[in-house]
Design a protein around this ligand. Structure first.
Ligand SMILES: [Cu+2]
Length: 354
């Protein structure tokens, strides 16, 4: 009996060892694919074509090099009509500039740290550990160059990763990193919304007094986002607040959501979609009626500045496709948004104050 029992136990142990070994090899296989950005790019293209349905017939852009310079600098800027704050910024605004590339591009980011403390740039998405922006601390007045191949396609982000990270991010060191798929998405009017927060008394509080889109309280309530009737609005939404996940809600329509902002995911229809800090989503929506359609982070943040609306109007006959309206060509509103943020924030550089 004992011998039989021992034999059975041995067989069972052998099976468990085999299963564990198989699990490890599978993990290793998956992990090595994720680590290899070329593999991610290949996988993404294959699945994103399947996931997003009809595409425009524009030829795929050839991969190339996209080079950026981000300068960490201290400025004084407005985050509401009554709140002027000292901010740490990339290139003088909260958020920093939206970096937009195409999947497969070689991305080169020159970082110059003009602040009095060490800082970094940590990108979300695929890259090797030598350019992760965590352990490669950049001292004051030093520079660092980040270089990697952009993947996967979707709404990603960048931010400082020096501890205490809550303070470094909340002070303003963050921005959107958009990776377009090699096969362009269908035409849409495109907006980038980076959700952030701030507190004038306690920079590390979990209950901040201000919550805002693109660095200014109620920015799109006072300056609504224009969209035409039946024109698709596409929102790249990125959460770099320090708040728990609140739902992004839009009035008058359901919207398509790409979970985590990753285009290889199949989109789903949602009425509200919660995004945690450090995560993102891509939304697409349209309205068959004129009107003002509110969007907000449902709950506490909407009363602290995270409220805006879409102003939907009927197109007039003289509109230019690709400039005013997205019929066969996309319309990017990102420059308009960045100019609006800069105008409202009215930043003053540290050196100029003295
Ligand atoms: Cu920092």
């Amino acid at each position: 009996m004992d011998a039989i029992f021992l034999g059975t136990a041995f067989q069972k142990t052998k099976s468990i060892v085999l299963i564990v070994l198989l699990g490890f090899s599978l993990n290793a296989l998956i992990y090595s694919n994720v680590e290899n950005s070329d593999a991610v790019a290949t996988t993404t293209k294959k699945t994103s074509d399947q996931a997003n349905g009809p595409r425009s017939t524009n030829p795929a852009p050839i991969s190339n090099t996209k080079e950026f310079t981000l300068i960490a600098e201290e400025v004084t800027l407005d985050i509401s009509p009554s709140k002027k704050i000292k901010a740490w910024t990339y290139n003088g605004s909260i958020p920093g500039p939206t970096l937009r590339v195409t999947e497969g591009d070689k991305v080169i980011v020159h970082f110059i740290n003009k602040l009095d403390l060490p800082h970094t740039i940590h990108f979300h998405g695929g890259h090797n550990g030598t350019v992760d922006g965590v352990f490669e601390i950049v001292a004051p007045n030093k520079t660092f160059t980040y270089e990697f191949v952009a993947a996967p396609s979707g709404a990603l982000m960048y931010h400082c990763h020096v501890m205490p990270v809550v303070e470094h991010v909340r002070m303003g060191l963050y921005g959107a990193f958009i990776v377009d798929p090699k096969t362009p998405l269908p035409p849409a009017k495109e907006y980038v919304i980076v959700f952030g927060d701030y507190d004038t008394k306690d920079i590390q509080t979990s209950d901040p007094e201000s919550a805002f889109y693109n660095g200014y309280e109620n920015i799109y309530y006072d300056n609504p986002l224009p969209v035409y009737v039946n024109e698709t609005a596409r929102i790249y939404m990125i959460n770099l607040s320090q708040l728990p996940a609140y739902g992004y809600h839009v009035h008058g329509t359901l919207f398509k959501t790409w979970v985590s902002g990753i285009l290889m995911n199949e989109p789903i229809y949602t009425q509200t979609w919660a995004i945690s800090s450090g995560d993102a989503a891509i939304f697409e929506m349209k309205w068959p009626w004129e009107g003002n359609y509110v969007f907000h982070q449902h709950g506490i943040p909407e009363d602290r500045g995270a409220m805006g609306y879409f102003n939907v109007t009927s197109p007039t006959p003289n509109l230019i496709d690709g400039k005013d309206i997205a019929i066969t060509k996309p319309v990017s509103m990102i420059n308009w948004q960045e100019n609006l943020t800069r105008t409202l924030q009215n930043a003053t550089a540290k050196a100029m104050e003295n």
